[in-house]
Design a protein around this ligand. Structure first.
Ligand code: PLP
Length: 376
């Protein structure tokens, strides 16, 4: 937030800041999806829907899970919300009581710990470093479990690292979770389609079918269809948990936007070529930026399998410049290189920073040249 405020201030002074802090695709929503929304307005789909999303949207979500993930859900196991963020929030509030614990692998998406705290529960952070490929080990997971653990958030490909778990890696974590039936798993698949790993993408519940009745799978249209502003996410899982999530949503925001629901049906049921094209563009940028950052003195950057973030280890750069921490480094990069990135400590990983490559390659090249100038 502090870096962001400074970026805005410098920009208002006329400084040519390159902002690589955003967490959203730079593409426009595909035309056939927008057209479905316009048709929905003309057809009068402007009233309340069922609070958990229309029957048509739920059918599209069920079809997506069956087709792409091999997961079978009934309509009463599915809820659409105003973004995957609300799906995660609903889940945390639905399953956590005061004093409960929720395990969050770090580096983590910034919102998970605060959602847990909002439920008066305790986030328990399990750290993974660049040496681990930013994936937690079964042993570290096991060590974090107590009798108060109620929830585990998983996120693959992950924000902010792009790290992705394979089927075998999911199954190794699953073997630990088998021993603790009091833990619900929240598997956040929001970056599923921005993925170029060697193995086919696998969702946690598909890799660990015996844990299907304890897993809430979360996804949405924001990232893969360039629909961040439309606010549609969804979740599917065990009936009692989904029923509690519905109760929460029913007494707070109620149904997600009816027009966005119509657009999301077109997204999920329509031609998926747009998804492949965007993922390919992200991959090309990934290949460029990872190599370019790794070549900058004081930075170490490893390849990721997905998402659209690079997460270099900057501890050497911080040490060389005699800086206090990653926040000080990001402030220096903003002031001297005029490039805005987010300190790793915001994601529970001190000494790193997150750079979003959801922008054109020319902008990335210019940003790299500036970072090089300041850090070399
Ligand atoms: N989960 C992760 C890991 C994210 O990075 C984000 C957005 O940044 C979300 C969920 C929320 O996505 P939505 O826009 O659907 O609320």
């Amino acid at each position: 937030m502090a870096t962001n405020a400074l970026a805005r201030e410098l920009r208002s002074q006329g400084r040519p800041i390159i902002d690589l802090s955003a967490g959203e695709p730079d593409f426009d929503t595909p035309a056939h999806i927008s057209a479905a929304a316009i048709a929905a307005i003309h057809n009068g789909l402007t009233r309340y829907t069922a609070l958990e999303g229309s029957a048509e949207l739920k059918a599209a979500i069920i079809g997506k899970f069956r087709r792409e993930n091999g997961l079978e859900y009934a309509p009463d196991q599915v809820i659409a919300s105003s973004g995957a963020k609300q799906s995660c929030f609903n889940l945390a509030l639905a399953v956590l009581n005061p004093g409960d614990e929720a395990i969050i692998p770090a580096p983590y998406w910034v919102s998970y710990p605060d959602m847990v705290r909002l439920a008066d529960a305790q986030p328990v952070i399990v750290a993974a470093t660049i040496e681990d490929g930013f994936r937690i080990t079964p042993r570290a997971l096991q060590a974090a479990v107590t009798e108060r653990t109620r929830l585990l958030f998983l996120n693959s490909p992950g924000n902010p690292t792009g790290a992705t778990y394979s089927r075998a890696q999911w199954q190794a974590l699953g073997a630990v979770l088998e021993q603790y039936p009091h833990i619900i798993i929240g598997a956040d698949d929001i970056y599923e389609h921005i993925y170029w790993g060697r193995e086919p993408y696998v969702s946690f519940a598909a890799a660990c079918p015996s844990l299907m009745d304890r897993t809430v799978t979360i996804n949405g249209v924001s990232k893969c269809y360039a629909m961040t502003g439309w606010r549609i996410g969804y979740a599917a899982g065990p009936r009692p948990v989904v029923a509690a999530m519905k109760k929460l949503q029913g007494q707070s925001t109620s149904n997600p936007c009816s027009i966005s629901q119509a657009a999301s049906i077109a997204a999920l049921d329509g031609d998926q070529d747009c998804v492949r094209r965007m993922a390919q563009a992200f991959r090309e940028r990934h290949d460029y930026i990872v190599a370019a950052l790794d070549a900058i003195p004081g930075l170490r950057c490893i390849p990721a399998d997905g998402a659209f973030y690079a997460f270099p280890d900057a501890s050497e750069a911080i040490r060389r410049r005699g800086l206090a921490d990653d926040t000080a480094l990001c402030e220096l990069l903003l002031r001297e290189a005029e490039v805005a990135v987010v300190p790793g400590s915001a994601f529970g990983a001190q000494g790193y920073f997150r750079l979003s490559y959801a922008c054109g390659i020319d902008t990335l090249r210019e940003a790299v040249a500036r970072l090089h100038r300041v850090l070399a």
